[in-house]
Design a protein around this ligand. Structure first.
Ligand code: CDP
Ligand code: CDP
Length: 223
């Protein structure tokens, strides 16, 4: 039997993690797990239920009652909250602006990590997030830390929004990204940090295929 492979991709907002993780998973036939989507689904549920975002216990109780799952469809991976498709809803700005706060709580992270590790089990997987190489999959075969300048990351999001017909203010977008990175990197519980054994890939000026190629090159050494 061939050995199952774990690939951990971490990095700041809009570095291209989910885009390259999805392509890599599809090419290799691995499972893809978007851990950010899980924190976003909980945040959406908290906003819908008017939960107190300052109350860790309230959010913890909410998380106990909800299911978060993924299904592969023809047009890509869909995210479900209590069996309801929330793929688009979890990307709205209200969720984006609240998610870092919700995901900073220790008990929330412990439960999410628990669920993420169960998804992994014996399957080959590409998982992306903030703490995959450091906490969720500390023994991953390959750990990648994707970065790009904040200017370029904001530009990417700006273009992505435009392609969906959403007009955003570039400077506001840039500030939101920088603020979220700051919050995620400075929280007490599993902050965004490059694992010691992760390979740093600076994607500034690189196309998506070029980034995928770089990661595949690293992956080949384990296959
Ligand atoms: O795609 P984008 O970079 O906007 O973010 P995401 O991957 O969807 O993650 C949204 C937020 O969830 C992050 O800003 C973190 O606050 C949190 N997150 C986390 O704390 N740990 C993870 N493993 C993944 C996401
Ligand atoms: O998951 P993360 O927040 O790290 O980023 P993403 O959602 O995968 O990528 C953010 C945007 O940047 C998407 O619209 C990608 O198509 C784009 N992108 C790019 O233009 N060039 C890259 N090398 C990587 C991503």
């Amino acid at each position: 039997m061939t050995k199952s492979i774990q690939v951990a991709i971490d990095g700041p907002a809009s570095a291209g993690k989910s885009t390259v993780a999805k392509i890599l998973a599809k090419k290799r036939g691995y499972i893809y797990c978007d851990t950010g989507a899980m924190y976003r689904a909980l945040t959406l549920s908290a906003l819908e239920n008017k939960a107190d975002l300052d109350s860790e216990t309230e959010l913890e109780s909410l998380l106990e009652t909800i299911t978060i799952s993924f299904k592969q469809k023809e047009d890509g991976q869909h995210v479900y909250l209590n069996e309801q498709d929330v793929t688009d809803e979890i990307r709205v700005s209200d969720v984006t602006n609240a998610v870092s706060k919700v995901s900073a709580y220790k008990t929330i992270r412990e439960e999410m990590v628990n669920r993420q590790q169960k998804i992994t089990s014996s399957n080959s997987i590409v998982m992306d997030g903030r703490d995959i190489g450091t906490v969720v999959l500390p023994n991953a075969d390959l750990k990648i830390f994707l970065v790009a300048s904040v200017e370029e990351r904001a530009e990417r999001r700006y273009k992505e929004n435009l392609s969906k017909g959403i007009q955003t203010d570039f400077e506001t977008l840039k500030k939101e990204i920088a603020d979220r990175d700051h919050y995620d990197s400075n929280r007490k519980n599993s902050p965004l940090v490059q694992a010691e054994d992760a390979i740093l890939v600076d994607t500034s000026g690189l196309t998506i295929p070029e980034v995928v190629q770089k990661i595949e090159k690293e992956l080949k050494t384990f296959l």
